[in-house]
Design a binder for this molecule. Structure first.
Ligand code: APR
Length: 245
């Protein structure tokens, strides 16, 4: 890793703080969760997301949704936050950052201690009843689907995951994410920025930085682009940031 590039980037981080961070699946690969589009290992290489994780499948073919889709969603629930999640949580406490907007549904930022986490693709902690709007813990739904599909709420209504499925509208928290992106420097970590409207956020930011293994279509706008792993890069940056604050 180029030490001068890391040192210069640490200066930019401190000069322009506080940053908002936008994360994608790439920040969780070092927790053992494959991302979606890395050649050869991305999750979408083997399954067609539109087939199994869409609102249409949930409605028209709940058996496929709850037999296949749920297993994809829950496959990595035992993953643990990695160093990148922990450094971001500390940077929030230290005031270098002011919150994380995440496309991930793995709950790893919150479990690492980040307080302001905007889950724009939802989360897997509970399921929503489409009739009464109440929450049912995911563990309860997992028990139910062993014997009946689709799972039902106590009121008889259909239960659906609180993640954003293909064909869903984004949750209201996306508006808050837009406002944050408009008025803070934005650091993207581990996202191909191929999925809208999440990939609209970097175009709003007054200042943009990118930490991603592969090139993204926003790199030419960024004031820094670091093309290594998230955990390794944040660890290296953290060393210089500590000297500067
Ligand atoms: N460090 C840095 N970058 C990484 C790492 C890592 N350890 N591992 C992977 N990457 C990069 C990959 O090079 C890739 O560009 O992270 C990026 C992940 O991109 P995607 O797999 O497209 O994931 P993401 O951008 O989060 O996808 C957005 O697509 O299918 C939907 O809802 C799903 O939230 C997801 C959305």
């Amino acid at each position: 890793m180029d030490e001068k590039m890391i040192r210069d980037t640490a200066h930019i981080l401190v000069q322009k703080k506080p940053w908002i961070v936008l994360t994608g699946a790439g920040i969780s690969t070092e927790s053992g969760i494959p991302d979606f589009r890395s050649p050869g290992t991305g999750l979408w290489e083997n399954v067609d997301p539109m087939e199994i994780l869409s609102v249409r499948t949930l409605r028209e073919d709940p058996r496929t949704f709850y037999r296949l889709g749920l297993s994809v969603l829950l496959r990595f629930r035992d993953a643990a936050p990695n160093l990148a999640h922990h450094i971001l949580a500390r940077w929030e406490r230290e005031g270098l950052t002011n919150g994380v907007i995440t496309q991930n549904i793995d709950d790893l930022h919150r479990r690492a201690g980040s307080k302001r986490v905007l889950e724009i693709h939802g989360h897997l902690r509970s399921f929503l009843c489409e009739q009464c709007g109440s929450d049912t813990p995911t563990t309860e739904v997992e028990k139910q689907v062993k014997s009946r599909v689709p799972p039902l709420c106590g009121c008889g209504g259909l239960l659906r995951p609180r993640v954003v499925l293909f064909g869903d509208m984004l949750p209201p928290v996306f508006q808050e994410a837009e406002e944050l992106a408009r008025c803070h420097p934005l650091m993207v970590i581990g996202s191909s920025l191929q999925v809208s409207p999440a990939n609209f956020l970097p175009s709003l930011a007054p200042v943009l930085g990118v930490i991603n293994r592969e090139p993204t279509s926003f790199d030419q706008r960024a004031v820094f682009v670091l093309r290594q792993s998230a955990a390794e890069t944040l660890t290296a940056l953290d060393k210089f940031v500590k000297e500067l604050v």
